[in-house]
Design a protein around this ligand. Structure first.
Ligand code: SF4
Length: 469
């Protein structure tokens, strides 16, 4: 068996940020090639520090869901996963044994040569006759990158794809143009003589750039097609959706995973399997985990908010898939995004009915990694990471948290962690019994989460801001 982990950036502020990874995880899951497909994030849960523990297999392939190589794929993700590697990832990826699991870390999906096919697929969407030679001869393709001197790698990917597509001879010309640096996308009329111009944004997702700044540069007003007169005569500009939202990305992911390992697969991770066997057995007798009540229900298992205990099922919205439940519990009762899943803001008014096979994913979506970490705590194998170690690991804009005093960290934690069910082992808070022993809120926190790290950083920044002086 083999587990696949898709790693995205995520966000503490915007719940939609995780959507693309959820979408591709679901597409790949449907293929049934992997024993499981797990999502992990830098700024959501399960965090990169936790995600490997949630894998059921001893053979794990990790794919960074980024459009190009850079700081996250080369520094943050390898560091947080504990790969013991920093810097460019070699073509064949990196393989390490971590906690008894063989972990294979690949290049990001955006640099895979198969992305040429995704670019072509986007072009064919707007110009279905593209493959007829007389149409191709009259068409120029523009592969459009963001362009930033901070990330040369992203420009290299654009140039490489443009060169490869040029060689395929489908288009009259292929140009690599950029939004923020030369050659800029607005210069296309000086460069393109063909009757049709197809502009494909090599971006990971829809956003401000793909929906506003690029159309503004192109002179598109609420339409994806522009008819214009240029020095070369009448031309039609077709502006496509970004490559990163195309369903073919799922094929790129599968290809990357296949290239990462020809191994026949790993074994069941015994510790992981035992944790879930115990949890499932307890659930059949009725179990409270955090704010959730799990009870047996007609041979299945029902999850609901424990404050909804005894409410008629007709009063509650019923979910029968882990995904439906996931989308509900990501928001609180006021519809606000819940950046930390163990915050005491689990919404009410729902129930989920799942079989044993889906219990793990359902509970994982409510409380990611909580079963694995709590079981490890009860077995004395959960290692707490003190704040100074977490702070020392931070880089980039978070490096400044290394300057926070213990009193400052504690003051921020008092505010942030007061809303959380977990007990801070990393700050030497005592934790007695856990939900495995019948204490629902007994959930350990082994290490300060990225939400708290960000809050400490914000506190330091606020202290320095002129308004506060
Ligand atoms: Fe909860 Fe605080 Fe731990 Fe974050 S650091 S998971 S807020 S206890």
């Amino acid at each position: 068996m083999r587990s696949l982990v898709l790693v995205g950036h995520g966000s503490h502020l915007n719940g939609d940020s995780a959507g693309a990874v959820y979408y591709y995880a679901e597409l790949v899951r449907q293929q049934g090639i992997f024993a499981e497909v797990i999502e992990g994030y830098w700024k959501e849960e399960p965090s990169l520090r936790q995600v490997l523990k949630t894998s059921a297999s001893t053979e794990v392939t990790v794919i960074p869901m980024f459009i190009s190589e850079g700081y996250f794929t080369e520094t943050v993700i390898p560091r947080e996963l504990g790969l013991g590697h920093q810097g460019p990832v070699p073509e064949g990826g990196i393989a390490r044994v971590i906690g008894g699991r063989t972990v294979r870390y690949t290049l990001p999906y955006g640099v895979h040569p198969k992305m040429q096919d995704v670019i072509l697929a986007r072009a064919r969407e707007v110009l279905p006759d593209l493959d007829r030679p007389e149409v191709g001869r009259d068409t120029t393709l523009v592969v459009l990158g963001h362009g930033t001197t901070r990330n040369e790698n992203s420009n290299k990917v654009i140039e490489r794809n443009a060169a490869a597509l040029r060689e395929r001879g489908i288009f009259a010309e292929v140009h690599a143009l950029y939004l923020d640096e030369d050659p800029k996308v607005g210069t296309w009329p000086e460069r393109v003589g063909a009757k049709n111009v197809v502009i494909v944004p090599f971006f990971a997702s829809e956003g401000w750039h793909t929906q506003e700044t690029i159309p503004a540069e192109l002179g598109l007003t609420g339409t994806a097609t522009l008819f214009t007169d240029t020095p070369s005569g009448p031309q039609t500009v077709y502006y496509t959706k970004p490559v990163g939202t195309h369903p073919m990305i799922a094929e790129v992911i599968l290809q990357l995973a296949a290239e990462a390992s020809q191994a026949r697969g790993g074994d069941l991770d015994r510790t992981h399997a035992e944790s879930w066997r115990l949890l499932t057995r307890l659930a059949h007798g009725g179990l409270r985990v955090g704010e959730v009540l799990i009870s047996p229900y007609s041979g299945l298992l029902e999850l609901r908010h424990m404050l909804d205990e005894g409410r008629p099922t007709t009063d509650l919205l019923t979910y029968v898939t882990p995904e439906g439940l996931r989308d509900r519990v990501r928001q609180d009762d006021a519809g606000e995004y819940r950046p930390v899943r163990t915050f005491r803001t689990l919404p009410r008014g729902w129930r989920a009915v799942v079989d044993e096979a889906d219990l793990r994913r359902a509970l994982h979506y409510i409380y990611p990694a909580v079963v694995e970490e709590t079981r490890a705590y009860t077995c004395h194998s959960l290692r707490a990471t003190p704040w100074p170690t977490t702070a020392r690991r931070q880089t980039g804009i978070y490096a400044k948290v290394q300057k926070a005093s213990s009193a400052q960290v504690e003051a921020v934690a008092q505010k942030v962690c007061a809303a959380c069910l977990r007990t801070r082992l990393w700050a030497a808070e005592p934790l007695g019994q856990t939900f495995f022993d019948g204490v629902p809120g007994g959930i350990p926190c082994a290490e300060a989460c990225t939400y708290l790290v960000a809050a400490v950083r914000d506190e330091l920044s606020a202290e320095k801001s002129p308004e506060k002086q």
